[in-house]
Design a protein around this ligand. Structure first.
Ligand code: FAD
Ligand code: SF4
Length: 498
C-alpha cells in the first residue's frame, strides 16, 4: 500500500505521484497546516487560494472513488502531519513529487527513509536537464536556454529555424500606452467563489485576520476547468496585445493585457504545454501576431523553466546571497501601500487588493525601489513570497533576489535592473498623479546614490559600463549633494521602516 503525498501546489491528477496508483489499496495524503500559512506573513488571498484549490482537488479525487486522508486547517506542520499519517496507515512506501520549495523538501524527507521522490512532470525541463544545460557554461543566460527549449519542443519552429526568422521579438514588446490611456480593456473572466471557496474565505478571514491583503476581490481560478477557462479567455481577448503592452502600466488598471494564469500554473491546475500550444494555435489561425505569441511563449517556456532551473541549481545557498551587501530594512509602506509615491502606491495597493501585480510593476517599481534603497534582499524576498497569489519559492526567489535585487551577483541577470524615475514615467501615467517629478523624485536620487555606493562592485559587471560612465560627468560637489539627498530620503522613510 502506498501513501501518495499531494502538496498544495501539486494539484494535478496526471502527476507522476499517481503513476501506478491502485485505488483499492493506495491512499492520498493532503494536509492544511498553519505553519505553511505563516512561514511568511502571507496575503490572505494567497492562503485562501491554496486552501480552496486543495479542497476542490480533494473533492475531485474522492469523486473518482479514491481514498483521501485530508486534514483541514490545523495548528501543525507538514512533517508532523505526515509522520502521523504514516503511523496511521503504515504504508509500504510513501510517494512524493519534488516539492517546490527546498525547505519543505528537507522537512518531509526527514520524516521517513521510505519516501520515494518522483520527478515533477509538470515542467518541460527537469532539474537534471537544467544541470546538464548548466554544465561547463560560465554564464547561464535565459536566451540560450530558451532557444534550446524551442528546438526541443518545436514551439514556433519551422524545421530547425524559428518562425519569422528571429528567436526573439523583445524589441516589439516594450510599448507604452498613448497619453489618452489604454482605452477600453477586455475585462478578464471572473470566477465567483462557490460554497467550498466561500467556506475557505470565511476561515481565512477568521484565522488570519491580522495578515496583509484583502479577500474582497477573490476571483482566482481554483479548479482545472476554471484554469482552462481563464487561459481561453486570455488567448481570445488579450493575447493579441500582450506583446506590445507587456511592460506598460496604467493607474487603476491591474490586469491590462496580462494572462493572470501564473497561480493556476503554479498550483499545477494548468499544464504549461497546453498554455504554449494554445498561444501557438492562435498565431497559426491568424488570431494573434507573432511578436505577441513569441513574447508570451518566451515567458512560459523560457523564463518560467529557467528560473526553476536556477533555483534548484543554487539552493540552499542562494537564499543567503547578498552580492551588494544591502542592509536597509524594508520600508513599512510595502505592507500598507501608504506612501505619497504614486507608482509605489498603485503597485502595492493592487498587490494588497488582489495579490497580483504584473511583471514590470514587480521588477521596475517595487523591486527597483528596494534595489536602489539597498534593502536586504532576504527581506525583499520574504515580502514577495508573502504578497503574491502565485508566489512559490522556486519561482519567486530567483526573480526577486536574483533578477530584481542583483543579490546573486549576476547569476540570473547580466546587470542590475537599475533605472531612474524617468523609466516609470515613460512606461506609465503614474508620474502625472504623483506629488514628485520623475527627474528629481526618490527613484532618481537613489539611482545615482546606488551607482556611487556600488561603483566598485558594479565596475566588474561588464554591461554597467555605460551607466557608470555617466557618473564621471558628475562633479564631486553634485555627488555630495546627491548623497545628502539620498540620506534625507532614507531619513524620511525611517519612521516608516518595518
Ligand atoms: P503574464 O504577464 O501574462 O505572463 C505569462 C506567464 O509567463 C506567467 O503566468 C508566468 O507563468 C510566466 N512568467 C512571466 N515572467 C516570468 C518570470 N520572470 N519568471 C517565471 N515565470 C514567468 N511569477 C510567479 O509565478 N510567481 C512569483 O512568485 C513571482 N515573483 C516574481 C517576483 C519578482 C520580483 C518579479 C520581477 C517577477 C516575479 N514573477 C513571479 C514573474 C512574473 O511577474 C509573474 O509570473 C507574472 O506577473 C504573473 O502574472 P500573469 O500570469 O498575468 O503573467
Ligand atoms: Fe514614482 Fe517618481 Fe513617478 Fe512619483 S515621480 S510616480 S515617485 S517615478
Amino acid at each position: 500500500m502506498n501513501l501518495v503525498c499531494v502538496l498544495g501546489d501539486q494539484l494535478d491528477p496526471n502527476s507522476s505521484a499517481f503513476d501506478g496508483f491502485d485505488p483499492a489499496h493506495d491512499i492520498v495524503w493532503m494536509a492544511e497546516v498553519h505553519s505553511e500559512a505563516v512561514a511568511v506573513w502571507s496575503h490572505k488571498a494567497r492562503i485562501a487560494l491554496f486552501l480552496a484549490a486543495m479542497r476542490h482537488f480533494r473533492d475531485l479525487l474522492r469523486e473518482r472513488g479514491w481514498k483521501v486522508d485530508y486534514t483541514e486547517l490545523k495548528r501543525s506542520t507538514l512533517a508532523t502531519e505526515l509522520a502521523k499519517a504514516i503511523k496511521r496507515h503504515k504504508p509500504d512506501q510513501v510517494i512524493l513529487v519534488e516539492p517546490g520549495e527546498y525547505r519543505v523538501r528537507e522537512e518531509l524527507l526527514a520524516v521517513s527513509d521510505r519516501i520515494e521522490v518522483r520527478i515533477d512532470r509538470h515542467f518541460l525541463s527537469t532539474v537534471q536537464d537544467f544541470r546538464e544545460h548548466a554544465e561547463g557554461r560560465k554564464q547561464l543566460r535565459m536566451e540560450y536556454f530558451y532557444r534550446e527549449m524551442r528546438r526541443r519542443y518545436g514551439y514556433l519552429m519551422e524545421d530547425s529555424k524559428p518562425v519569422g526568422g528571429d528567436w526573439n521579438y523583445d524589441e516589439e514588446n516594450r510599448g507604452a500606452f498613448p497619453k489618452s490611456g489604454p482605452g477600453l480593456l477586455p475585462a478578464p473572466l471572473h470566477f465567483e467563489p462557490d460554497a467550498v471557496t466561500r467556506e475557505v474565505l470565511d476561515l481565512v478571514a477568521r484565522e488570519f485576520k491580522d495578515h496583509p491583503g484583502s479577500l474582497e476581490h477573490f476571483d482566482w481560478p481554483v479548479t482545472p476547468e476554471q484554469a482552462k477557462a481563464a487561459l481561453d479567455d486570455f488567448i481570445r481577448n488579450r493575447l493579441p496585445y500582450f506583446g506590445l503592452y507587456q511592460d506598460a502600466m496604467w493607474t487603476d488598471e491591474p490586469w491590462l493585457y496580462h494572462s493572470r494564469i501564473s497561480s493556476a500554473m503554479n498550483l499545477k491546475l494548468l499544464d504549461p504545454r497546453d498554455v504554449c500550444a494554445a498561444a501557438e494555435h492562435a498565431y497559426k489561425k491568424g488570431k494573434a501576431p507573432l511578436a505577441a505569441v513569441e513574447g508570451f511563449i518566451r515567458q512560459v517556456l523560457g523564463w518560467r523553466e529557467y528560473v526553476r532551473g536556477i533555483y534548484w541549481l543554487h539552493m540552499p545557498n542562494y537564499l543567503e546571497k547578498n552580492a551588494l551587501d544591502a542592509q536597509q530594512p524594508l520600508p513599512k509602506f510595502y505592507w500598507t501601500g501608504e506612501t505619497d509615491m504614486e507608482c509605489l502606491r498603485q503597485s502595492i495597493g493592487q498587490t494588497l487588493q488582489y495579490g497580483y501585480a504584473h511583471h514590470i510593476q514587480r521588477l521596475m517599481v517595487t523591486g527597483l525601489f528596494a534595489l536602489l534603497l539597498g534593502v536586504n534582499p532576504k527581506q525583499v524576498h520574504e515580502w514577495y513570497l508573502a504578497v503574491y497569489v502565485d508566489a512559490i519559492e522556486w519561482v519567486e526567489l530567483p526573480n526577486t533576489l536574483g533578477m530584481s535585487q542583483f543579490g546573486d551577483g549576476g547569476i540570473m541577470a547580466s546587470k542590475p535592473y537599475a533605472a531612474t524615475g524617468k523609466y516609470i514615467d515613460r512606461m506609465s501615467n503614474y508620474c502625472k498623479h504623483c506629488a514628485y517629478k520623475p527627474d528629481s523624485c526618490a527613484f532618481t536620487t537613489l539611482y545615482w546614490d546606488f551607482l556611487m555606493r556600488n561603483e566598485k562592485k558594479l565596475a566588474r559587471v561588464g554591461r554597467m559600463d555605460m551607466q557608470l560612465r555617466n557618473l564621471v560627468r558628475i562633479t564631486d560637489e553634485r555627488k555630495n549633494e546627491i548623497r545628502k539627498e539620498a540620506k534625507a530620503v532614507k531619513e524620511r522613510l525611517k519612521e516608516k521602516f518595518a
